[in-house]
Design a protein around this ligand. Structure first.
Ligand SMILES: *Cc1c(COP(=O)(O)O)cnc(C)c1O
Length: 448
């Protein structure tokens, strides 16, 4: 936590303590007291255990989709923890429920849904997608749900949970869905991923929209990872084509706990047609619906949810608006520029080659050189670089497995001695990566 966040937290806690005391004096029960000795011992051990993590906060961490929240975001989260509101029902946390409605309205507007929509925060992208697929099933009963071979693995799993048949649609070399052999009549919903988890690819929503309209198929956008890149849709940093069409979809998922600088437990699902709310109807005697206003628990699959997640996201969006030139746009631009810079440097490198041009901020690459002739040589060298960085604590990457046929289409000059090849992958999701990339690549080159 930086000094600014520390000050913000101390100020907020002092004020909230005064508010707490305004209800009259009370004593904390003796059963809840902890000796100073125990507190020190347990917290020292806790810190020691946590130091077993990789340095997610540092630009030397260029591996998976992980980073700590913005310091002010977690100050806001910690502030809310003095109360621990529950956003299931208005009574569980009236102000944090209000804040949730406000941030969801901000997100709906950001994605082009305007004033009419239904949506709320969730525990994660998986739960948000589950909810969207559940509504998809209720809207088109008996029909299948389609997704591409690059979509997140949980779509297939959630189809199993929902008892819906899932269909995997292959993509051709141009990244288009191969729709020719697909029985459109049997499909109720198609998932389009804007920003795949593996390589950050943007699927062709513009191809799917006319096809889905023709066959009365719902469109669900999974932008759990990619969603915040919409801030750059009008810039020259990304191809804005698909991002500009998001409002055409029936539902959208985004994960503020990925690119939105939030602590875990923050996904979001949005529906274009508020009438889907009728599928959520329940009438339980033990929830505490005391007002006629909309309770978030009435429109969500989950019951208890962290009000603090809404507080943290609300605070973040006040400080970093969802705009191109202010707030999130410049942050996303740095990540994107880092990936473009990495691509350029890998193209010039004598020791690494980029796997393909990045569309967002995920770059994939592999070692090359005279000793690397076969796919298995690449896999072995990639693993060695990956291990070396962690051993020296000089960089942290992730590994990515590509089917041999897919790899050879792009890089045919290797001998196919294996069914798949392991390459290296870096999610450059810290804006600090932009200036750190040359240093990172220097370190990679000296590790080979
Ligand atoms: C991360 C991700 C998910 C899953 O979200 P969680 O928050 O990890 O549950 C789903 N889809 C895509 C495209 C993702 O990147």
């Amino acid at each position: 936590m930086n000094d600014q966040a520390k000050q913000a937290l101390i100020r907020a806690q002092e004020s909230l303590n005064k508010w707490k005391e305004s209800f009259g004096a009370w004593e904390v029960d003796s059963t809840l007291q902890v000796s100073e000795e125990d507190q020190t011992r347990v917290f020292d051990e806790l810190v020691h255990r946590l130091e077993g993590n990789y340095p997610f906060h540092h630009p030397i961490y260029a591996g998976q989709m992980l980073k700590p929240p913005h310091p002010l975001t977690w100050a806001a989260y910690a502030t809310a923890m003095m109360i621990n509101p529950n956003n299931h029902a208005l009574d569980g946390g009236p102000p944090s429920s209000e804040m949730e409605k406000e941030v969801v309205a901000d997100l709906a507007k950001f994605y082009g849904y305007g004033d009419r929509y239904l949506g709320h925060l969730t525990a994660s992208g998986t739960i948000a997608n589950l909810e969207a697929l559940w509504i998809a099933r209720e809207c088109n009963p008996g029909k299948k749900i389609a997704f591409s071979s690059n979509s997140h693995y949980t779509h297939e799993r959630m189809c199993g949970v929902l008892g819906v048949e899932g269909v995997k649609i292959p993509l051709n070399d141009d990244g288009q869905f191969e729709l020719d052999g697909v029985d459109a009549q049997s499909i109720g919903t198609i998932v389009v991923t804007l920003g795949t988890t593996g390589l950050g690819e943007v699927e062709p929503l513009n191809q799917i929209i006319p096809w889905a309209r023709e066959h009365n198929i719902r469109i669900h956008i999974d932008s759990a990872y990619g969603g915040f890149f919409r801030t750059l849709k009008d810039s020259n940093l990304i191809d804005g084509t698909q991002w500009k069409l998001m409002q055409e979809a029936d539902s959208i998922v985004v994960d503020p706990h990925k690119h939105g600088m939030q602590p875990y437990g923050c996904g979001c699902v949005l529906f274009k047609d508020p009438a889907v709310g009728t599928h959520y109807k329940h009438d339980s005697p033990y929830t505490y619906f005391t007002s006629d206003d909309l309770h978030l628990g009435e429109i969500s699959l989950e019951c208890s949810r962290a009000g603090a997640a809404a507080v943290a996201l609300w605070t973040t969006i006040q400080l970093f608006p969802l705009e191109e030139h202010k707030g999130f746009g410049p942050i996303m631009a740095q990540c994107r520029k880092a990936a473009l810079k990495a691509y350029e440097l890998f193209q010039k490198s004598t020791k690494f080659e980029p796997y393909q041009k990045p569309e967002l901020d995920i770059i994939a690459y592999f070692p090359k050189g005279s000793g690397i002739q076969k796919l298995s040589d690449i896999s072995k060298a990639a693993q060695q670089v990956f291990d070396k960085g962690m051993e020296d604590r000089s960089f942290y990457l992730s590994l990515f497995k590509v089917p041999a046929s897919q790899f050879l289409k792009k890089h045919p000059h290797f001998e196919a001695d294996d069914e798949s090849v392991t390459i290296l992958r870096s999610v450059l999701m810290r804006p600090e990566h932009e200036s750190f990339i040359p240093e990172l690549i220097d370190r990679l080159e000296s590790a080979i």
